[in-house]
Write a protein that binds this ligand. Sequence first.
Ligand SMILES: Cc1cc2nc3c(=O)[nH]c(=O)nc-3n(C[C@H](O)[C@H](O)[C@H](O)COP(=O)(O)OP(=O)(O)OC[C@H]3O[C@@H](n4cnc5c(N)ncnc54)[C@H](O)[C@@H]3O)c2cc1C
Length: 326
Amino acid sequence: MSNEVIPYLDSLDIDPYGAGAKHISNFQITNIHGNQITASLPLGGFGISRYAFDTLLYEALKETVTVIFDTVQDITFEKDRFTVTTQEGIKMASEYVLGTFGKRANLDKHLSREFIKEKSPWLAVKNHYEYEMDDAMVALHNFNGGYCGLSKTEGNLVNACYLTTFKSFKKYGDIDTFQQEEISKNPFMRKFFKDALPIFKKPLTISQISFDRKNAVENHIFMIGDSAGLIHPLCGNGMAMAIRGAQLFSELYLKHKKNGSINRKVLEKNYSELWEKEFGMRLKTGRFIQKALMNPISSRLGFSMANAFPAIVPILIKKTHGTKHG
Ligand SMILES: Cc1cc2nc3c(=O)[nH]c(=O)nc-3n(C[C@H](O)[C@H](O)[C@H](O)COP(=O)(O)OP(=O)(O)OC[C@H]3O[C@@H](n4cnc5c(N)ncnc54)[C@H](O)[C@@H]3O)c2cc1C
């Protein structure tokens, strides 16, 4: 996770390093021919499992808010008020609703969002492994049709998560064969799959990951995080964008509230504009880099250029990341 969120997490008394997160300061990118480029990360980041991070968030807020563990099934908006209904049949009325339900959820269908009507070619696979790796390194290993990120977590395990197209995957039919025969063409990944010991019995998988444009406000719901827009994972910045999005909305909401009664239309317009200003360019750069990496010719050219002019790499990383906000 990018360090750009550390000052904001500090202000909420949330300390990932206190929970054992690893400091990440170096970046390695490799291609299937075994060429590599290394660079320092301009802002750096930290490695922590979702389980540990989500626990930290929950511990920080459980005294001040009521958390209901349930699935939202229905959201309706009538006469300027929302009714939110859960699977367990709980009904809640509210003036405002934030949509923080991630990249693809039942609610996207329920709200008939445009992107959900299109098929998406992307799928992702994740597991944790016992493997010797530098704590300070985040690595991005490319293979035909995708890339795999490796980084350490608080438990000293390596998180390995790869994104690929369904077209590349279906030639092999199952995860093991795909890993051995396609991803392992990259010598770094060959060594990884040879030596690393998987911890989860079965890897976690998701499919139909869409990087299409989404609206930051839909049916009057303020979307935050992946439900507002998903950056290509090779940028390693989705978590920071989700957290920064929450900060942007809460600060804007409080500013409107301080000025008197809130005009919903103005708040919605301001949030959409703010979201675009903060994240629009990052998403575009992410799409550009991922297209360039997936194309064998531009990927080769990119590697040669970055070897000749190493300063390009931190510049590109900066373009997909924000700055630290307190
Ligand atoms: C392959 C891959 C690798 C990635 N690697 C990185 C990385 O290294 N660093 C990084 O910063 N980002 C990375 N990302 C991106 C990152 O995972 C996301 O950007 C981030 O999780 C967004 O947070 P979120 O809160 O918006 O969504 P999520 O983390 O997906 O959280 C949404 C939550 O809402 C819940 N939910 C869904 N529907 C409902 C409902 N109806 N009712 C109640 N709850 C519901 C879900 O169960 C989930 O817990 C990666 C993404 C992919 C696909």
